[in-house]
Ligand binder design. Structure first.
Ligand code: MG
Length: 219
């Protein structure tokens, strides 16, 4: 899937979909996970991306797929070892995303000390909305994000409650990976994650962000 970076107008295929785990204390608690001392990073393949209005395909390999609403930052220019103080200048835009997770497969992986790539990486497991230019969101900490499933409010959170802010995540990620235009960072989910069933309508909303709606379909 190509994305359009709102500030530069550049159309790019995201090379990296970086995702942050346990970035809200209340979600870490509901997962019975310890709080991390540094950001927990995993990656999804770009083939997991699906745009607004698309379908989330529930794979037969899982019986328990969950939604996780997240703020997504798109990188606008190349960077490595970016200082925290300069990090927001590398963000081109912000969007809503859903980190779709096969929770049963993730739990099995956790028990075995195995990677999360399968649990997180199925096709369509990374719904992504349209981007708002970063210049319209000078301080992402003031954003709020929410998720409705079939019209019922299931998740809401203040980005200010993230353990590691967008600036810290960009800086940390760039200490490991060279960040390139179009790379995405799914910044973690607040509490209230829950199951997705066949036919469910998931709608993500947020302050100054463009609504993202997807429908779940069982394969
Ligand atoms: Mg997540």
């Amino acid at each position: 899937m190509k994305i359009r970076l709102p500030s530069s107008g550049l159309e790019v295929c995201p090379g990296k979909v970086l995702c942050i785990g346990r970035n809200y204390a209340a979600h870490a608690a509901e997962m019975q996970s310890d709080l991390p001392e540094s950001p927990v990073i995993f990656l999804k393949p770009s083939t997991a991306l699906v745009g607004d209005g698309g379908d989330v395909l529930l794979p037969s390999a899982s019986r328990e797929v969950h939604y996780e609403v997240e703020l997504v930052a798109a990188i606008g220019k190349p960077g490595k070892h970016i200082p925290v103080s300069d990090a927001l200048a590398y963000v081109d835009g912000y969007a809503l995303g859903i980190d779709v997770t096969a929770r049963d497969l993730q739990a099995r992986a956790k028990r075995g000390g195995l990677p999360w790539s399968v649990a997180k990486g199925f096709d369509t497991f990374a719904p992504l909305g349209a981007f708002t230019p970063a210049c319209d969101i000078p301080d992402p900490r003031r954003l709020r994000i929410a998720l409705h499933a079939n019209g019922v409010l299931r998740q809401q959170g203040a980005v200010a409650r993230m353990l590691f802010g967008v600036d810290e995540l960009v800086a940390y990620a760039s200490s490991i990976f060279t960040l390139l235009p179009g790379d995405l960072i799914y910044t973690g989910t607040p509490e209230g994650v829950g199951p997705v069933e066949d036919g469910d309508r998931l709608v993500a909303t947020g302050t100054d962000l463009q609504e993202l709606a997807v429908t779940a379909r069982r394969l």
